[in-house]
Design a protein. Structure first.
Length: 273
């Protein structure tokens, strides 16, 4: 027989034990839902099942981000952890089949995002590749350098990190034949910078310099999207995006997802007189 655990309120327990305490309740925050579901924009996600994201309502900031990208604008989405920032740009990429380069600070810390990207893309028969220096060496052994370049060029979404992108941008500046991503970057229509608040000032400067170089050398005129939880001055980044791409930039704010938090400060019985 299975015994169900009974939830015990900390305040009740502390009172029962005779402790004095201070308490503070931080209320839960949930982003505002829209009247659209993922399925309404991406009906192919139905194959993921009834309990999947396909049947869940979109957050308002996800819909606004999707609409901004569909109208040809750049995007800066400032929203907290757990608020579906990855899905915000994926709606556009997947529904319009937009060749997209997604740049994460480190691929090791982006496992969850990569899993979701791959899962959704598979449902739409789109091709994803994740590549950094280590993965490149593995793929060269598998395909050979020439075939790997063709393989990468044919992908719909490529996920990488700044170090590998810098290596490729340098190669493109000296010899297009030496860059594995040259073919893909020349057809990319969206470049996404996730977790942009992760970078320090020097890293940001280098990343933005790479975008500027790509805007001058790539055949396709791409859009830019930056995802952040805490960036303090999105207007400055928006101005840079607009200057580089000659496209308007939308700044969209979305609240974070946060469960209710309860804080108790327990006082020893001899602390109060």
């Amino acid at each position: 027989m299975t015994m169900l655990a009974t939830r015990v309120e900390s305040s009740s327990l502390l009172k029962e034990l005779g402790y004095d305490y201070y308490s503070y309740v931080e209320p839960a925050i949930k982003p505002e839902h829209s009247d659209k579901r993922f399925l309404d924009i991406l009906p192919q996600l139905e194959v993921l099942g009834k309990s999947s994201i396909a049947y869940k309502p979109l957050y308002t900031h996800q819909v606004e981000s999707y609409q901004a990208l569909c109208s040809g604008k750049n995007l800066i989405l400032r929203s907290g952890t757990g608020s579906g920032k990855t899905e915000a740009w994926l709606l556009y990429t997947l529904s319009r089949r937009v060749p997209t380069l997604a740049v994460y600070p480190t691929l090791a810390l982006a496992n969850d995002q990569i899993r979701r990207i791959s899962e959704y893309a598979k449902a739409l028969n789109l091709k994803v590749e994740v590549i950094d220096a280590l993965r490149r060496d593995q793929l060269i052994k598998e395909y050979g350098r020439s075939k790997l370049r063709s393989h990468l060029t044919s992908r719909d979404i490529i996920v990488t990190n700044p170090a590998f992108l810098l290596h490729e941008v340098k190669k493109m500046s000296t010899s297009a034949k030496g860059a594995l991503l040259d073919g893909f970057l020349n057809r990319a229509q969206l470049i996404v910078l996730d977790e942009i608040d992760f970078y320090g000032p020097r890293e940001i400067a280098l990343l933005l310099a790479m975008l500027e170089i790509l805007s001058m050398t790539c055949e396709q005129k791409f859009q830019l999207a930056a995802l952040t939880a805490t960036i303090e001055n999105p207007e400055e980044l928006a101005s840079f995006f607009t200057k580089v791409t000659k496209k308007e930039t939308s700044i969209i704010h979305g609240p974070p997802f946060r469960v209710e938090n309860r804080l108790y400060v327990v006082l020893s019985r001899d602390l109060r007189s």
